[in-house]
Design a binder for this molecule. Structure first.
Ligand code: SF4
Ligand code: SF4
Length: 365
């Protein structure tokens, strides 16, 4: 059965405050019947608080209004949470306890040492366990409040990435990134001619300090030009690359959702300031498409699918990407930009039994 998602469109039907997104956001929260889920409970609101000079993460106003609604719905305790390094300097981007109306907590503790270890059984490639954030796993209810954006390593960041990469220790984040695998270099064949570096349009290849060949997978589009152009046949494609990374993220998401169950999880995807890269880059760049609105629901696969459907190639804003960038011809806008099919994570979530991509949209006026 198709999951019903609520959708508050950014575009107002006229220029009155009651029809602007801030007011629609409050009506959307009212329609979620939060009391049934949070009354008497301890609620973790997982956000990405960004870094550096980025200022297009979720605006603190939306977070404050959410916290107020959760409290009014009877939550025993509410806290906003993110990775320890993002919480450390969140104040620089306007996220404070005074503004949000609740504590802001480092999800694995200030030293990244508070976690629960969960086995991935059977292991997925090199991923045999994940360290899940202690502060989040101790909560009764999880609100996954995600800023939607592009992502160089997996196509896009939404609800699943907000959990799998944001509710774990640094060690698990690295283990997930290692799944990207991808290209293998055979040192004894390579004469360091540099042809691959010259022909990589993504500037993803370099020789490191030890003079060893290295790929920056965030930028790599797996186009395999380097494989084809290498005169020595020193490079080859291995493993599943970004799809294994997405599968690892889906399995980590599943472990988190297993704890809470559908009755204690709310997904909120904010499609505003949809930038090319993740908030962790610590910068703000032009939005790729006009602001779209906010989605809410209880099914992670459905909300991710609706998110991708709303970010459309035909809406790409001219000049939002550097002039030197060329768009691919295949798939979703995020795939044309990053070379990675963003639907792979939805495939994995569905296969693992966490939701279904079928949805209907109920518009919040
Ligand atoms: S093109 Fe091949 S031989 Fe030349 S530097 Fe790259 S990997 Fe080495
Ligand atoms: S596969 Fe393409 S993008 Fe990736 S390193 Fe090789 S040439 Fe660069």
């Amino acid at each position: 059965m198709a999951a019903e998602l609520l959708f508050a469109p950014y575009k107002p039907k006229n220029l009155e405050p009651k029809n602007a997104i801030g007011a629609k956001w409050l009506r959307l929260l009212d329609r979620l019947a939060l009391g049934d889920t949070v009354s008497g409970k301890r609620v973790a609101v997982k956000m990405h608080l960004g870094g550096g000079t980025g200022f297009t993460t979720i605006h603190p106003l939306f977070a404050r209004q959410l916290v107020e609604k959760l409290k009014a719905a009877g939550a025993k305790e509410v806290f906003v949470t993110d990775a320890f390094y993002a919480v450390r300097d969140a104040v620089a981007r306007g996220y404070t306890q005074e503004v949000l109306g609740c504590p802001i907590v480092a999800d694995t503790g200030t030293a990244d040492r508070y976690f629960y270890t969960h086995k991935i059984d059977p292991p997925f490639r090199t991923l045999s366990e994940v360290q899940l954030a202690g502060e989040i796993m101790d909560a009764d209810v999880l609100v996954d409040f995600a800023h939607v954006k592009g992502h160089g390593a997996c196509g896009f960041g939404g609800a699943s990435k907000n959990l799998s990469m944001g509710c774990v220790t640094d060690a698990t984040r690295s283990a997930l990134h290692r799944l990207e695998g991808g290209l293998e270099w055979e040192e004894k064949r390579c004469d360091r001619c540099g042809v691959c570096i010259e022909h990589c349009a993504q500037h993803a290849i370099k020789f490191n300090k030890e003079n060893r060949w290295e790929v920056f997978y965030h930028n790599c589009k797996f186009c395999q030009h380097c494989v084809l152009i290498c005169p020595q046949k020193a490079i080859r494609m291995v493993g599943g690359g970004y799809k294994d990374f997405q599968e690892g993220m889906a399995r980590t998401t599943a472990k988190i959702l297993e704890k809470f169950g559908p009755a204690n999880t709310i997904f909120l995807n904010l499609l505003m300031n949809v930038t090319v890269y993740c908030d962790c880059w610590g910068m703000t760049t032009p939005a790729l498409v006009p602001d779209i609105g906010i989605l809410a629901g209880r099914d992670i696969a459905a909300i991710e699918q609706a998110t991708l459907d709303l970010v459309r190639t035909e809406d790409l804003i001219p000049g939002s990407l550097p002039a030197s960038w060329t768009l691919g011809h295949r798939g979703h806008l995020f795939e044309k930009i990053h070379g990675k099919d963003p639907h792979a994570i939805i495939d994995a979530l569905e296969r693992l039994g966490y939701g279904s991509r079928a949805y209907t949209l109920a518009e919040v006026e």
